[in-house]
Write a new protein. Structure first.
Length: 182
C-alpha cells in the first residue's frame, strides 16, 4: 500500500473518530522536516463524508475546502500547481450532529393506580451540529506525511453559506499552526 493511500486512510480515520468539539484544532507535524524546502503543492480530490457515503470532489463542499486551504497555503508562500508539486494536499470534510440532553420536564398529577405523582416526562434536548475539516500534507517525492491538521467548527444550519464560513474559519485556525514552530 502506498504512503499516499495510507495518508488518505489515516485522514479518513481522523475525521470519523475525531473527539473534537466545535472550535477545536489539532495539528500533527512530522518532526525534523524543513518546511522551507516546499514551494508548490498539488491536490488530491477532497473527500466528503455524507450520510450516503464518501464522495470524492463533491460539487458543494469540496470547492469550499479547496478555496479555504488554497487561501491559507498561499499566505504561507506556497503556490498551487496542476501536477509535480512539492506537497500533495489530501483533505476531507464531515458533518455530524450530537443530541445534548439538558434535562427533563416532569409532569405531576393523579394516576388512577398510584395516586398523585409523576405521570410523564419530556426530555429537554438540542441538536449541536458541527463540521470537521481534515488536511494532510504529504511530501510528493517521498510519499510521506509531513503535516496534518484537524479542525472542528459549529454549524448552525447545513446551508451552503454557513458551511463555507465554517470551513473558512476551520482552515484559518488550522493553518495558524503551519509551519510548526521549531
Amino acid at each position: 500500500m502506498s504512503n499516499l493511500i495510507r495518508a488518505a486512510l489515516t485522514l479518513s480515520f481522523l475525521v470519523l473518530c475525531s473527539p473534537l468539539s466545535g472550535g477545536d484544532v489539532k495539528v500533527y507535524p512530522t518532526k525534523g522536516i524543513d518546511f522551507s524546502q516546499y514551494k508548490t503543492y498539488q491536490w488530491m480530490a477532497p473527500r466528503i463524508f455524507t450520510k450516503a457515503g464518501i464522495q470524492d470532489d463533491d460539487p458543494i463542499v469540496a470547492p469550499m475546502i479547496r478555496a479555504a486551504v488554497n487561501r491559507e497555503l498561499s499566505t504561507k508562500g506556497l503556490r498551487e500547481v496542476a501536477s509535480g508539486g512539492d506537497l500533495t494536499v489530501v483533505s476531507a470534510g464531515a458533518g455530524s450532529a450530537d443530541v445534548q440532553l439538558d434535562g427533563f420536564l416532569v409532569n405531576y398529577g393523579w394516576d388512577m393506580y398510584w395516586g398523585y405523582g409523576a405521570v410523564g416526562s419530556t426530555p429537554l434536548q438540542r441538536v449541536n451540529q458541527k463540521g470537521t475539516l481534515a488536511v494532510v500534507l504529504t511530501d510528493s517525492r517521498t510519499k510521506k506525511g509531513v503535516w496534518a491538521g484537524l479542525a472542528t467548527e459549529a454549524v448552525d444550519k447545513p446551508e451552503p453559506e454557513i458551511v463555507r464560513k465554517a470551513v473558512d474559519k476551520a482552515a484559518e485556525k488550522m493553518f495558524k499552526k503551519f509551519p510548526p514552530k521549531k
